[in-house]
Every structure is written in C-alpha cells, then in structure tokens.
Design a protein around this ligand. Sequence first.
Ligand code: SF4
Length: 148
Amino acid sequence: MIKILISSCLLGNNCKWNGRNNGREIIMSIKDKVEFIPVCSEVLGGLPIPRIPSEIVGKRVINEINLDVTNQFLEGAEKVLQIAKENNVKYAIFKERSPSCGVHQIYNGKFKRIVKKGKGITTKLLEKNGIRVYSDEEIEMLIKHQID
Ligand code: SF4
C-alpha cells in the first residue's frame, strides 16, 4: 500500500492554530487505499494548540503578535522530514496556504488573509529532499496518477 505523508489537520485532527481541523471528505474516501502518515510540523516544532497564527515574512516566520517562531517552524519541518525518511515516503498531501504546509500559495505576511505565490517551510524542505508534495486542492491529480 502506498504511504502518503499528510497534514494531520486534513485527516480531521484538531491541530490547527485555532484548535480546529481542515477535514476533507475526499481524503476519507481514499483512506482505505493508502497508508496515511499524519504530521503537523507546527506541533512537532513545539507550538501549542491553540496558538497565535503565523505568516512567513521574508526569511522569518512571525506570529500575529510579532514574535519570531522561525526556529519552531524549522524544527518541526526537520522532524517531518525525519518521519518521511524513516517511512520511505515519496508523496505528501499538504494543506494549501499554511506557512508550514502550503504548496503553491501562502499568506503574504501582512495578516490580512491575502495570498501570494509561495511554499510553506516544511513543504520546501520535503521537496528539496525529493518528496512530491500535492496540495489538498490537487488530491484528484494524486489519485489519478498514483493511486487508481
Ligand atoms: S502545520 Fe500543517 S498540519 Fe499542522 S495545522 Fe497547519 S496546515 Fe495543518
């Protein structure tokens, strides 16, 4: 069975900054065909649930009260990479627009919910290490190419 790393919040786990989740019906529909390995890099990096939302500002990650949480994001990303390597994972499904998990888009660093082109910290690290990361908005593509 194909192993897929997945943003834990997409599986319905309440690890989002506001203590909620991003559960998706389509993910539930393929859960018997794949082995999901849930990860939340922000929690793995030591941030609490709930937490103050963060955005990428230049090369740093800053939260809404202006605290620098870059180190926690980097540590979480390294832990996710380690989990991926231990499990020999080649694919991931990550939550679009998150400063950790975004694949094509992130928020623009002004905390106004405006998006721009860019990748989350963990996504960048995984892609650098040869893991193909799909966003949750591309699941149909992953199913077509890798699962069916
Ligand atoms: S870091 Fe990723 S897995 Fe964790 S809540 Fe944010 S989007 Fe979901």
